[in-house]
Design a protein around this ligand. Structure first.
Ligand code: C5P
Length: 230
């Protein structure tokens, strides 16, 4: 494996805690992911500080709004030059097309990743939001939309990797959260598999948060995940 595919989700509200965690785990991860919890407490200043750690950055703000608002917000995010950033595919073709357009206009190398179905949903709970069909069918539809709009990749759970990989090969990057071994608690995730299995199925990036960040030794846990995929 040439590049380490593990991105650790640094879901904390404290810059100091984030930097401390990153320093501990940096030998064992390929990058760090900052999401809504970090951004809503530490803001742009926090992103700038983490950028100085020089690990590839994944800014996971999961934009979902009208096309013009998302396009202009994305433009701000691209100025940090993250390796990956996320939009909800369910924002629709117009929103996705505008995002791809602004990325191209700015000659940005950031990969635009479309969130399909959150890994905290399962077939029972998607009814709550009025979606028909199974998770699999919805992931299929949303992956197709992302691909047709020129997105670089999608987020899905480990359980959908095989189908997406068979359909798009290397034309869509597959980013996979919901990484849990049998031995650890699954928290609010509902569609999970181990890191090793997710990589074997074809994930390009695996996102691991609490199993590393809440471990007694985040460094040992990150190292264990790294060893498990060698
Ligand atoms: O702690 P845990 O490993 O469950 O963290 C998973 C991370 O991946 C969180 O930061 C969460 O926001 C993110 N994520 C997810 N499901 C998606 C997209 C992103 O869990 N569909």
């Amino acid at each position: 494996m040439s590049k380490n595919p593990i991105f650790c989700a640094i879901d904390t509200s404290s810059i100091d805690k984030a930097i401390e965690l990153i320093n501990q785990i940096s030998p064992y991860v390929g990058g760090v992911k900052l999401g809504l919890e970090f951004f809503t407490s530490c803001g742009i200043n926090g992103i700038e500080k983490v950028s100085k750690c020089e690990l590839p950055l994944f800014l996971d703000l999961k934009f979902y709004d009208i096309p013009n608002t998302v396009k202009n917000s994305l433009k701000n995010i691209l100025s940090f030059n993250p390796q990956y950033t996320t939009l909800h595919v369910s924002g629709g073709a117009d929103m996705l097309n505008k995002c791809v357009e602004i990325k191209e206009d700015l000659h940005s190398t950031t990969k635009l990743i479309g969130v399909t179905m959150l890994t905290s949903f399962n077939d029972k709970t998607i009814n709550e939001i009025g979606l028909g069909g199974s998770i699999n069918q919805n992931v299929d539809n949303l992956s197709k939309l992302a691909f047709n709009c020129g997105m670089d990749g999608i987020v899905c759970s480990p359980l959908e990797i095989k189908k997406v990989k068979n359909t798009y090969g290397s034309k869509l990057k597959i980013v996979v959260p919901g990484i849990r071994d049998n031995t650890i608690k699954i928290d609010d995730q509902k569609r999970t598999l181990s890191a090793k299995k997710a990589i074997e199925l074809g994930a390009d990036v695996i996102v691991i948060g609490r199993p590393i960040t809440s471990a007694e030794s985040p460094a040992s846990s990150a190292e264990m995940f790294y060893q498990s995929i060698q």
